[in-house]
Design a protein around this ligand. Structure first.
Ligand code: ZN
Length: 118
């Protein structure tokens, strides 16, 4: 379980600069959370997405810790802490999901099926 995981140091995560096509799943339970086509470089030092793979993939919770009020992002299926969401993201959502690499498991896109010979 990743429930006790805190925020990893910026620019330390394995997925910060990853641009490969694919999907990001919850490392704890495998639930599909984010897709590479909503990932962008926010400069924050954490993997950033402007949208989730589906609206019921995550749950949001008010987080008043550390002397500020933020919105915590949790896996809807297993409750693992994923990161936080901020309202300074790009269009069309205006959201920035700031997610810890270690909460995610990247799954590369499968090769184009039309190339297969079988
Ligand atoms: Zn999960």
């Amino acid at each position: 379980m990743l429930r006790e995981a805190g925020t990893e140091p910026p620019f330390s995560g394995e997925y910060v600069d990853l641009d490969d096509e694919g999907v990001y799943r919850c490392r704890a339970c495998g639930s599909l959370l984010f897709a590479s086509d909503t990932k962008y470089h926010s400069g924050s030092g954490w993997p950033s997405f402007f949208d989730v793979a589906s609206s019921d993939a995550v749950v949001l919770r008010r987080d008043p810790s550390h002397g500020m009020v933020r919105t915590e992002v949790l896996c809807a299926r297993c409750g693992s802490h994923l990161g936080h969401v901020f309202s300074d993201g790009p269009k069309p959502t205006g959201l920035r999901y700031c997610i810890n690499s270690r909460a995610l498991a990247f799954e590369p896109a499968k090769p184009d099926d039309t190339q297969r010979q079988d």
